[in-house]
Design a protein around this ligand. Structure first.
Ligand SMILES: Cc1cc2nc3c(=O)[nH]c(=O)nc-3n(C[C@H](O)[C@H](O)[C@H](O)COP(=O)(O)OP(=O)(O)OC[C@H]3O[C@@H](n4cnc5c(N)ncnc54)[C@H](O)[C@@H]3O)c2cc1C
Length: 798
């Protein structure tokens, strides 16, 4: 038999985004992709500017990543998960940020000579922070008090006053407008906040002020209290692992990508040792551009206009000896101790001297490393040649509300506004061309953007990669928490470890467990003996759409070789939610993504009271009943053989008022649907007094008075609805729900208390869940009620 030709994919660029994309496509379980990376340099670029220098003791060498590849907990879930997966060792790295003021290009002010006016210890690992030389005690204490106040204020504003998504031009609020709206004083912004952020974004103050405020607020909230990490031996190992088995053509500078009827013709200049040698043109089936937007505009004509409004800048990073710093004052605290060598646990804090010119708004960041070398980014003054070990200039992609709008449109993010420059019709994946890179997502231009965009491409190529799976932020238990758990901009990666530590992951796990319990996913995630199901789903309470995305994703097949296997396919999904804004958000998040990804599932979202089918609109009733019709066709063996109708209610039915019964009857009697739900019930042996107390609690939670009932009454209710007793399965999973949930709230409470926020309502929830966990009076149950034996697999084991 003739072997099927593999899809030829060219990836242009070998930075983090290009390499992760190549890695994922190259490991497609069905080996459908023949990947070639084209790189203009003569080595892989992720690590190309890094250097090795001898340590102080001269016994071995230290690998220094250039540019710095630091990452912070909370923001870099996918990067961290990948490092875990690849078993890359990284460690938490405390920093001391010494703020100083650049006084001007004056011979009397040699580089890095200014005294710091404040030293901030990351995550407050040193309390009080070290007092800089030249600052008296009283001034130091006053400065700390001032900073404490304004930093707390800024944090509270980030939590409670979201940046505006659209002004009159449809563009999001800039950082400048946001800081003005929340009345941050100039002294605090210009001496602390902006230099600190500028050290991450490596751009001048005025450019930074034009960033979308959303970027900064999200970064702040997601990294709040989280440690910074650095890869222990530099990203060289990451690069080696990612590039293994990948064909790379070095010295190949791509000059054009043209498309014609689905074929992509890529031309590049093959560079010899000195001169440019030849131009080569080759056809590929698909092309992934993993380069900066200005290069995209140059080589791919349809994006020339759109990418021209994405700002970029050139950033210089110089590795040099400490001799360049004529005075060592930034290193010294008043007590004479060298702050750059402060021991924090097993790791030494490292000093980053942030020097700003308050007049011009330029900021330089000098990172003092243990091996006596310094990496200075955006140097404000020239460094003498003798001290320089290496110097590299990078292209840094910047952000602005209009570039954000353009990128969101290209990436098909539904809620992008209608601003200037957003007139591109081209969408990621059109013409078989995809974009990846630190800038190809809705967030700061950092390594996490590389991960998210590469994973998106892998997902769109239907690639089966490890047990990295899409999760989403679904604050359904604690909807009020949405003030600080922002809905996912793009999906994040599930941690590999089994002891799930975050709420979003837990929500998806719950859905997956329920699918397994219903026999719709293989219980041990292996393909053996598992029947395939075609599903029609009526979802009662879909929130902001997370479970729809999770459900759609759960159906896509396999991950690791021999790893998790899907056993169902979603034909049609009809969802109902009570809240109009949830419906809008879910519609935007899910609708376009589905159509763009060419998924076959027909998804219909409605706003309504899921508990009360009598009140449903005619259209909703029509769509819901079409689920039964399709099933009926299946039963007649005519149109869609093998389709099953399921009603899904994930953590929603105890809110149904006046009771769950009307919709259960509708499910069983009108739709002939099986039911899968996670629901709350009362323990059988609960006393009358506790029952009364719990009914009151239920009322406070907005549930009807009799919402919590013992299991036997629950079964009775299902029987009344028409489900036969022997087709009802109930499994108690309380131990996996209440105690972890209360611990989760506790962790969040600690974070918020650090910034002086009292979350009384949620503290109450924490006690409630702990009470349920300890007393066992309320149980969390997975319930499956089937309409017929036909739905049941023999091998359902949890
Ligand atoms: C000074 C500095 C410090 C930073 N610090 C951090 C940090 O601490 N943490 C963090 O998360 N992020 C940091 N970043 C951002 C992060 O490094 C980038 O977002 C990320 O490296 C971008 O990776 P990429 O794969 O998208 O692109 P790049 O790394 O820019 O890769 C693009 C590749 O394409 C190649 N290329 C370009 N044109 C062509 C062509 N025509 N043909 C063939 N090949 C071509 C280039 O040679 C390069 O290899 C920093 C950035 C800078 C500049």
């Amino acid at each position: 038999m003739e072997e099927k030709r593999r899809t030829r994919v060219a990836i242009v660029g070998s930075g983090m985004a290009g390499l992760v994309t190549a890695y994922l496509l190259n490991r497609d379980q069905r080996e459908r992709y023949d990947v070639t990376v084209l790189e203009q340099g003569d080595k892989l670029s992720l690590d190309s500017a890094s250097v090795s220098v001898p340590t102080r003791s001269n016994t071995h060498s230290e690998r220094i990543d250039v540019p710095m590849r630091a990452f912070a907990g909370g923001y870099y879930n996918n990067l961290k998960a990948m490092y875990d997966f690849l078993e890359i060792s990284y460690h938490s790295q405390p920093f001391l940020f010494a703020f100083s003021e650049f006084k001007g290009h004056d011979q009397n002010h040699p580089p890095l000579s200014e005294e710091p006016y404040f030293i901030h210890a990351s995550n407050n690992h040193r309390i009080p922070p070290p007092r800089p030389a030249g600052v008296d005690l009283v001034s130091h204490i006053m400065e700390i008090m001032y900073l404490l106040f304004w930093y707390s204020w800024f944090t509270v504003c980030c939590l409670l006053m979201a940046p505006l998504e659209a002004n009159s031009e449809g563009l999001s609020e800039t950082l400048e407008d946001y800081t003005r709206r929340i009345r941050l004083p100039l002294y605090f912004s210009s001496r602390y906040l902006l230099p600190l952020i500028a050290s991450v974004t490596t751009c001048p103050r005025d450019v930074l002020l034009q960033f979308p405020a959303r970027d900064v607020v999200d970064y702040k909230l997601q990294t709040h209290g989280a440690p910074h990490y650095t890869v222990s031996n530099g990203v060289k190992d990451v690069q080696t692992l990612l590039a293994r088995d990948i064909r790379v053509r070095f010295r190949s500078r791509v000059i054009s990508v043209k498309t014609d009827e689905g074929q992509c013709s890529v031309s590049w200049r093959k560079m010899g040792d000195g001169e440019l040698e030849e131009t080569i043109t080759e056809d590929f089936d698909r092309v992934v551009l993993a380069v900066a937007p200005d290069v995209v505009g140059e080589i791919f004509a349809p994006l020339q206009k759109a990418t021209s409004c994405i700002p970029t800048t050139r950033v210089k990073s110089v590795v040099h000896t400490r001799d360049a710093c004529t005075k060592d004052s930034p290193n010294k605290a008043l007590d004479g101790s060298d702050i750059s060598t402060t021991e924090i646990g097993p790791v030494r804090a490292q000093l980053i001297n942030i020097r700003s010119c308050l007049r011009s708004g330029h900021t330089e960041a000098a990172h003092f490393l243990p091996s006596e070398v310094v990496v200075t980014t955006c140097p404000l003054t020239p460094l003498s040649d003798e001290t320089v070990i290496s110097s590299t200039t990078f292209t840094r992609v910047l952000r602005s509300p209009s570039s954000r709008d353009v990128i969101n449109r290209i990436m098909d993010k539904p809620d992008s506004g209608a601003g200037e420059g957003g007139d591109t019709e081209w969408r990621n994946g059109d013409d078989n061309i995809w974009l990846v890179g630190g800038w190809c997502w809705d967030g700061m231009v950092l390594l996490e953007g590389c991960m998210v965009s590469a994973m998106r491409v892998a997902d769109e190529f239907d690639v089966l990669y490890s047990n990295w799976s899409w999760a989403s932020h679904s604050p359904s238990y604690l909807s009020g928490f949405s003030v600080h758990i922002h809905p996912a901009k793009f999906p994040t990666l599930l941690p590999r470890r089994s002891d799930t530590k975050d709420f979003q992951t837990a929500s998806e796990s719950l859905l997956l467990q329920l699918l397994k319990f219903a026999g719709l996913r293989s219980p041990d995630e292996t393909p053996s003996n598992h029947r395939h199901h075609n599903l029609d789903v009526l979802d009662l309470g879909y929130g902001c759409g997370d479970q729809i995305l999770a459900l759609l994703h759960a159906q896509s097949p396999f991950r690791l070789p021999g790893g998790p296997v899907s056993s169902f396919r979603l034909n049609k999904y009809v969802g109902i939610t009570f809240n109009q804004s949830h419906c809008d958000i879910a519609g935007q998040r899910v609708g376009q993504r589905i159509s763009h990804r060419g998924l076959e599932a027909d998804v219909q979202l409605f706003c309504g009271d899921a508990a009360n089918p009598d009140g449903w609109s005619r259209t909703l009733l029509g769509e819901a009943e079409s689920l039964r019709n399709r099933a009926t066709e299946r039963n007649d063996g005519l149109l869609v053989p093998g389709t099953e109708t399921w009603v899904l209610a994930l953590d929603s039915m105890y809110h149904f008022s006046p009771s769950r019964l009307p919709v259960l009857k509708y499910a069983r009697q009108t739709l002939d649907a099986s039911l899968m739900t996670f629901d709350l019930v009362l323990a059988d042996d609960v006393s009358s007094l506790s029952r009364l107390a719990l009914s009151m609690v239920a009322k406070m939670l907005g549930c009807p008075f009799g919402a919590f009932m013992p299991v036997r009454e629950y079964r009775e209710m299902l029987r009344t609805a028409g489900y036969e007793d022997d087709k009802i399965q109930i499994q108690d999973i309380s131990e996996h729900v209440f105690e972890p949930l209360s611990q989760f709230i506790e962790r969040q409470t600690v974070v918020l208390q650090k910034v002086g926020i009292n979350i009384g309502k949620f503290a109450l929830a924490k006690h409630l869940f702990r009470w349920w966990a300890n007393s066992g009076s309320v149980r969390g149950m997975m319930v499956v009620a089937r309409t017929s034996e036909q739905n049941k697999d023999e091998d359902v084991v949890i």
